[in-house]
Design a protein around this ligand. Structure first.
Ligand SMILES: [Zn+2]
Ligand SMILES: [Zn+2]
Length: 115
């Protein structure tokens, strides 16, 4: 029978991203930088850790470093969005002018042909 299935705990040979000591068992994996961290080093509560292990691969936990990067990214995205809006408005203005120009050209064309 297939009862040789071992329940694999979080086992890794990686070093903790905070204290640089091997993580071995009770650690969490960051979904962004893929670094391992001791539960204690990242100040996770037992509840948090249990939730994370329950979710397994689906738990997208992010370490402190990545979380602070996220905050910066969020701001950057906000700025980019504003830029995008401004660009869109300018593009629309340019498109409108091109339409006007095309109309002008079309009209003068017609006028020229009539002559
Ligand atoms: Zn550590
Ligand atoms: Zn990370």
């Amino acid at each position: 029978m297939a009862d040789d299935k071992k329940v694999s705990d979080t086992e890794t040979n990686a070093d903790c991203g905070v204290c640089d000591r091997p993580v071995r068992k009770i650690g969490v994996l960051c979904g962004l930088c893929e670094g391992w961290f001791h539960v204690g080093c990242e100040k996770l509560s037992k509840d948090d850790y249990e939730k994370l292990t329950e979710l397994g691969d689906k738990s997208h936990w992010f370490c402190k470093t990545c979380r602070s990067k996220f905050k910066g990214m969020k701001k950057e995205i906000q700025v980019l969005r504003e830029d995008n809006k401004a660009l869109k408005n300018r593009l629309e203005a340019v498109e409108k002018r091109m339409d006007d120009l095309q109309n002008d050209i079309g009209e003068s064309d017609r006028r020229n042909k009539r002559r």
